[in-house]
Design a protein around this ligand. Structure first.
Ligand SMILES: [Zn+2]
Ligand SMILES: [Zn+2]
Length: 715
C-alpha cells in the first residue's frame, strides 16, 4: 500500500468574505448554469433507484486504482458522508485492474521502445527506375522460389488465389446490433475527494491503457450506433442519431464509466495533458469533468464531508463575455444569472459551483482546465482539450460588461506540466496555413513523396544533421508479385460488383458487400467500424463509382504527415491535422518477398519487415466484449497467416518511420482492393484513438523474439 496522506481539512468557520455566503444552507441548483446542448436522458434520476449501483458494476467494472497507488484522501472530515448510499461497496471496488490481457501488456519491462530502423543506411543508392528494376528482380526470385515450393508441397492454391479469396457468405453472424440502452438507472457519484500521487511508471502505463481502452469502446460504440440506426431506418431520414449519447448510456449501464467511485482532485490517472475529446459526454465517461452542461464540476454540499462544496474542474469555452483567457492565466467568470439566450440578466450568487470555486481557492485545491473551441477536423467542429491543472489565486465580485454583478476567479496554470494541448492545436493550425513562416528552420523537405501522395509528406529535423529519409525512394503502394494479380474471371466485371450507381450493403446483389460478410467495414465518412482479419474494398473490377463508400484506403493519404527527428525515438511520424479515431492514415508499403527470397535478402543485410509479426491490434478496434457478453471476434472473412516479408531497404513510405509502442495509437488492418489474393493483403494503418496534431504516431510491431534490438526489422 502506498502512502495515504490524509489532508484532513477541517470544516472552516471563516465564511467567505462576500455577503452572499448565506445561501450555502441548501444545495442550490442554479437556474441557468453554463449551458451546452442538453440531453434529457442524462438528467437526474429518482433517488429510490440509487442503490442499484453495486450489482450493476461489480462484474465488469475496471476499478481504476491499484492497491499500490498512493492516494491522498481529501476528506474534509474524518467521517465519510452519510448521504452516499452503499459507501462500503464503493470502497470494495477500489482494487487493482485485474484483466489478464491488461496485465499481459505490461509484462514488458520497456513498454515504449524506439524502433530505430533508420540507422542502417541503404546498401546502395536508389536509381531512377528502381521501382521497375526492383519489380523484375523480385518477380524473378518469386518464380524461382515458387517453382520449387509447388513441386515440394503441391501448394497450388497460391496459383489460383481467387479460389480461396471468396467463400460463401455467412448469414451476417458477425453483425451485432447495438442495443438501445436499458431503462434509466441511477449512478450516483461519490463525494469522497482523493488525489492520486506518486504513481509508479508501471501504474501510469496501466492507467493510460485503461483510459485508452475505455475511450476505444466509447468511440466504437458511438460510431457503430449511428450506423446501426441508419441501417434500421434507412439513410438520410430525419435527424442523425446521437451516437455520443447512446455510447455513454450503454457504458454507464455496464459500469464502464471511470472514476465514479472517487472524486479525483488534480490529474486523472491515464489522462494526459493534450488529450482531445469531441464530446462533452466523453469527458464524463473518463471522469475528467462530470457535468454534462455546467462549466464548473464540484462536489455539492449534500455530498461534502464538511458541508462545503469543492470545485474540481472547469470548462473554458469562451462563452462568457467576461471571461479572459490568456493561456497560463485565466479570468474565469462564475455561472448563473443568464437568460435562455445566454445574456446576463441578473446578479450572480455565491452558491453552487461559484461557492465551490471559492472554497477550492480557500483550501488550495487545484482545478483541471478543459478548453472547448471550434477546430478543423473535429466531429461537429468542436474539440475539448485537457490543458492541465490550475491554481485559483483570487476571487472577487465585479460588475460585468452587461452591468450585472458576476463572480470572477483568477486561475494560474501550475508550472512543470507538459505544453498546453490548446496551444499545440493552435500552433498546428498555423503550420497548416503558413508552414515556413511558423517554423522558419528545420524543414529538410516539403514533400519527400515528390508529389506521389495526394498530400505532401514533410521532413523535419531541428535536432541534428541527419538527412537520411531523403536517401530512399518513396514507395506509395506496396509492390506485389505479378501472380498475385492473376484473376479468375467469373463475370463481366471479374471478381468485382455490378453496382453501377454505388454499393449498398442492404442490396443482396453487391458482391463486395457479400465478400465482407454482408456489411461494409466503413461508415459514410470512411471510418473503420471494426477491425477484421481482412477487408475487401471495391476495386478496378467493380462497376461502382470512385465515390463508393467501400473505397477508402485505396484513395491514399488525407492528412498532412511529417517525418520528424526525435531525441527519444530517432525518426518518428506525426500529423499536422487532427486524426479521428478509426480514420485511415496510410499504407505500410514495401516490396513483397517470399520467405525464401527474404532469406537471401537477409544475408545481404537488407531491411525486411515481416507483416505477421505486427500485433493483431485490429482485434481491439471493435472489441465490445465488455458491452455484449455474447460478443465474438469477427471471424469472417478470414485469411491464412501472412507468409511474406517486405523489403524496405531501398524504397519505403512514411509508415516506415513510425515508432514502436506497446500501447499504440495506430493499428494495422489488412485490406484487399486491387486483387483478391488473400495471401497478399495491403497493410493499412488506422487511428485507434483521436490523435491530436503533432503527437507521435506509434505502431505495435510485435514482440522481438529471435532478434535483438530492432523489433520489426530483421538484419
Ligand atoms: Zn463499390
Ligand atoms: Zn465492388
Amino acid at each position: 500500500m502506498g502512502s495515504l496522506v490524509d489532508l484532513n481539512l477541517c470544516p472552516d468557520s471563516s465564511t467567505p468574505s462576500t455577503s452572499a455566503a448565506a445561501t450555502t444552507t441548501t444545495d442550490t441548483v442554479l437556474r441557468i448554469p453554463k449551458l451546452e446542448p442538453i440531453d434529457p436522458s442524462f438528467q437526474t434520476y429518482p433517488p429510490q433507484q440509487q442503490l442499484q449501483l453495486r450489482e450493476l458494476t461489480q462484474p465488469t467494472r475496471d476499478a481504476l486504482f491499484s492497491d499500490s497507488t498512493p492516494v491522498c484522501s481529501l476528506d474534509l472530515q474524518n467521517a465519510p458522508p452519510s448521504q452516499i448510499p452503499d459507501q462500503g461497496s464503493l470502497d470494495s471496488e477500489f482494487h487493482r485492474i485485474a484483466e489478464p490481457t491488461q496485465n499481459a501488456l505490461f509484462s514488458d519491462s520497456t513498454p515504449v521502445c524506439s524502433l530505430d530502423l533508420q540507422n542502417a543506411p541503404p546498401s546502395q543508392n536508389p536509381d531512377q527506375d528502381s521501382l521497375d528494376s526492383e519489380f523484375h528482380r523480385v518477380a524473378e526470385l518469386f518464380r524461382a522460389a515458387f517453382a520449387k515450393r509447388l513441386q515440394k508441397y503441391g501448394d497450388v492454391e497460391v496459383v489460383d488465389p481467387d479460389s480461396r479469396a471468396i467463400v460463401p457468405v455467412s448469414s451476417g453472424q458477425n453483425a451485432i446490433a447495438v442495443p438501445r440502452s436499458a431503462r434509466k438507472r441511477a449512478y450516483p457519484r461519490s463525494g469522497e475527494l482523493v488525489r492520486v500521487a506518486d504513481m509508479s511508471i508501471k501504474d501510469q502505463l496501466l492507467f493510460r491503457d485503461g483510459v485508452r481502452r475505455t475511450r476505444m469502446i466509447y468511440d466504437v460504440l458511438r460510431i457503430q450506433s449511428v450506423v446501426e440506426e441508419d441501417r434500421r431506418r434507412g439513410e438520410d431520414l430525419g435527424r442523425r442519431p446521437r451516437g455520443d449519447l447512446r455510447a455513454a448510456s450503454l457504458m454507464r449501464d455496464r459500469g464502464l464509466w471511470l472514476n465514479r467511485d472517487k472524486r479525483i482532485v488534480g490529474s486523472i490517472p491515464g489522462v494526459q495533458v493534450g488529450d482531445i475529446f469531441f464530446f462533452r459526454m466523453e469527458l464524463c465517461v473518463v471522469g475528467l469533468h462530470g457535468q454534462l452542461q455546467a462549466g464548473i464540476d464540484y462536489v455539492p454540499i449534500s455530498q461534502s464531508s464538511n458541508g462545503e462544496p469543492i470545485a474540481t474542474s472547469v470548462i473554458v469555452s469562451g462563452g462568457y463575455e467576461d471571461d479572459e483567457d490568456a493561456g497560463d492565466v485565466i479570468v474565469y467568470t462564475g455561472h448563473g444569472g443568464r437568460d435562455s439566450f445566454s445574456k446576463q440578466c441578473e446578479h450572480q450568487k455565491l452558491e453552487g459551483g461559484n461557492l465551490a470555486m471559492e472554497r477550492s481557492m480557500h483550501y488550495g485545491i487545484e482545478v483541471r482546465v478543459i478548453r472547448g473551441f471550434r477546430y478543423e477536423g473535429s466531429i461537429g467542429n468542436k474539440v475539448y482539450v485537457y490543458d492541465g491543472l490550475y491554481k485559483i489565486l483570487d476571487c472577487w465580485f465585479d460588475v460585468g460588461k452587461s452591468g450585472f454583478g458576476v463572480y470572477k476567479y483568477k486561475l494560474l496554470r501550475i508550472e512543470g506540466q507538459p505544453e498546453m494541448g490548446s496551444a499545440i492545436l493552435r500552433f498546428a493550425q498555423n503550420l497548416r496555413t503558413n508552414l515556413v513562416a511558423t517554423r522558419p528552420s528545420g524543414y529538410l523537405s516539403l514533400d519527400i513523396s515528390n508529389r506521389k501522395e495526394n498530400v505532401a509528406v514533410l521532413l523535419f529535423n531541428d535536432i541534428d544533421n541527419d538527412h537520411e529519409p531523403l536517401y530512399y525512394e518513396y514507395l506509395v503502394r506496396t509492390v506485389f508479385p505479378p501472380y498475385a494479380f492473376n484473376q479468375t474471371s467469373n463475370g463481366p466485371n471479374g471478381t468485382g460488383c455490378d453496382c453501377v450507381s454505388g454499393c449498398t450493403e442492404s442490396s443482396d446483389s453487391c458482391a463486395c458487400a457479400m465478400k465482407n460478410g454482408g456489411e461494409f467495414a466503413y461508415d459514410q465518412n470512411g471510418i473503420l467500424l471494426k477491425g477484421k482479419s481482412v477487408i475487401f474494398e471495391c476495386g478496378p473490377c467493380c462497376a461502382c463509382p470512385p465515390s463508393c463508400r467501400n473505397r477508402v484506403t485505396q484513395k491514399g493519404l488525407r492528412n498532412r504527415l511529417e517525418v520528424f527527428r526525435s531525441r527519444e525515438t530517432g525518426w518518428g511520424v506525426r500529423s499536422l491535422d487532427l486524426i479521428q479515431a478509426g480514420a485511415f492514415i496510410c499504407e505500410y508499403t514495401g516490396v513483397v518477398l517470399t520467405r525464401e527470397q527474404a532469406h537471401i535478402f537477409t544475408m545481404n543485410g537488407d531491411s525486411l519487415i515481416y507483416p505477421n509479426r505486427f500485433s493483431e491490434r485490429w482485434v481491439e478496434w471493435g472489441d465490445l466484449s465488455l458491452i455484449f457478453s455474447a460478443y465474438a471476434r469477427p471471424s469472417y472473412p478470414s485469411i491464412p497467416p501472412l507468409d511474406f516479408a517486405m523489403d524496405v531497404s531501398r524504397m519505403r513510405n512514411v509508415a516506415c518511420y513510425m515508432s514502436h509502442s506497446s500501447s499504440p495509437n495506430v493499428l494495422v488492418q489488412c485490406v484487399l482492393y486491387d486483387h483478391n489474393n488473400v495471401m497478399f493483403p495491403h497493410l493499412m494503418l488506422f487511428a485507434m484513438e483521436n490523435i491530436p496534431p503533432l503527437r507521435e504516431l506509434s505502431l505495435d510491431y510485435g514482440v522481438a523474439d529471435e532478434w535483438t534490438g530492432k523489433l520489426a526489422i530483421c538484419n
